[in-house]
Design a protein around this ligand. Structure first.
Ligand code: BGC
Length: 403
């Protein structure tokens, strides 16, 4: 009798559990599983930190996975040319501060494992003839460059990855400190300062012993850097077209959430108007082999800085009637200069226009878990945009989307 009751009890429990599961299944019927939702990687391209090889497993996660960024190698070349153009027009007697016939420069490296950083180091060294086949700090050889019609020797006095005391990369404070040390160590051997980004260039200018008047080049065209060009403090920078990238990230998500497939995903709202009447004005190219939508770069200096001043949002993106969709977006480091002062404000401007209700979570730039731990509640979002701490962390995010 007793055992019969036990069996009946167990049957009841099983039935209740099954019923619950069934009801759950019925409730979610028609709902899209997280693994099948749109996913856009941006700014940090899934790739091997050493070789730079694109992580195609992460790129091929599902048919709705893309990368939105900019032409990193092209950008490195633009920065290199900006520098050689400046030197070509410079006065060698003034530029070469100690008159030793050698142009000495120091290099602020952002992150040795980030392909944007690698591409800039390569572009700079190639332009100055100091490229030795490696982007490692200190791997440069003696080069040569034309300064005001005169061919001069070029030496990279030192190149250093600017890592903060907390381990975060592209660190502006580390650049202030390094510049202070370089100014003391190399004195008037330093004829030029080159940086992988504006944050570190502006950081270098903060060094109390920065050699006044020495030309300095950054990258990103952040508002404070543009202002510094206007004021004659920064010599040049490169715009990676943050507006096109931020709007592009959102537009690709919009297209995928609207159910577009094939070429429409990277064309609608990008090379032609979308169904809501929007089109990004700046060019964005599609690189099919790596599923990437890429913005172009342009050099900024004293001749054209005014075109890059704040407030130049893309008029091609207007308020659309698109139904609101929820997107969870991660930022690898809340303190990253470019992302916090340029990219995030652009996202916040375009998201409501494109009909995207954006939830932004930010990490500390050092531990993947600082962003990963906030990559939660995934079922309540329609799509995802990911900027990771390390470019090879793609699988960690995908693991969370698997279920
Ligand atoms: C920017 C850097 C930024 C980095 C973050 C780069 O494209 O130029 O300023 O720190 O992205 O991933």
């Amino acid at each position: 009798m007793r055992s019969n009751l036990k069996v009946i009890g167990m049957v009841l429990i099983v039935a209740l559990v099954m019923g619950g599961l069934f009801a759950q299944g019925a409730k979610d019927e028609g709902a899209v599983a997280n693994k099948d939702k749109p996913l856009v990687w941006f700014n940090r391209q899934p790739s091997d930190p050493v070789t730079g090889k694109i992580d195609m497993d992460s790129m091929n996660w599902n048919s709705k996975t893309y990368y939105v960024g900019f032409d990193a190698a092209g950008g490195g070349a633009v920065q290199g040319k900006l520098i050689t153009d400046y030197l070509a027009a410079a006065n060698p007697a003034k530029l070469d501060r100690n008159g030793d016939g050698t142009i000495g420069y120091v290099l602020c490296i952002g992150d040795v494992g980030h392909n944007d950083s690698k591409a800039r180091t390569e572009g700079i060294r190639k332009a100055l003839g100091t490229w030795n086949g490696s982007t490692d700090p200190g791997a440069a050889k003696v080069g040569s460059v034309v300064v005001g019609g005169k061919t001069m020797r070029v030496v990279e006095l030192e190149g250093k990855a600017m890592t903060g005391t907390d381990g975060s990369t592209w660190n502006a404070n580390a650049a202030t400190e390094a510049m202070g040390g370089w100014a003391t160590k190399f004195g008037n051997q330093i004829d030029m300062v080159v940086s992988n980004n504006d944050g570190m260039a502006m950081g270098s200018l903060q060094a109390s012993n920065y050699p006044a008047g020495v030309p300095i080049f950054g990258y990103d065209a952040n508002a404070d850097a543009i202002e510094a060009i206007g004021a004659g403090r920064l010599t040049g920078t490169v715009s990676q077209n943050v507006d096109a990238q931020a709007a592009g990230t959102l537009q690709v998500l919009r297209n995928l959430l609207d159910g577009l497939t094939g070429a429409d995903v990277y064309k609608k709202g990008i090379t032609e108007a979308d169904q809501w009447g929007n089109k990004i004005t700046a060019p964005l190219d599609y690189w099919a082999d790596v599923k990437a939508v890429m913005a172009a770069n342009s050099g900024v200096d004293s001749t054209n800085w005014k075109q890059y001043t704040e407030g130049s949002r893309d008029a091609g993106i207007k308020q659309s009637a698109a139904p609101k969709k929820r997107v969870l977006l991660t930022i690898y480091n809340a303190s990253d200069n470019f992302l916090s002062s340029s990219y995030v404000p652009a996202l916040q401007y375009y998201a409501p226009l494109i009909g995207i209700d954006l939830t932004i979570v930010q990490g500390d730039g050092q531990n993947e878990s600082s962003t990963l731990d906030k990559f939660t509640n995934l079922g309540s979002f329609d799509g995802y945009a990911i900027n990771m701490v390390k470019t090879n962390s793609g699988p960690d995010y995908l693991d969370k989307l698997r279920y």
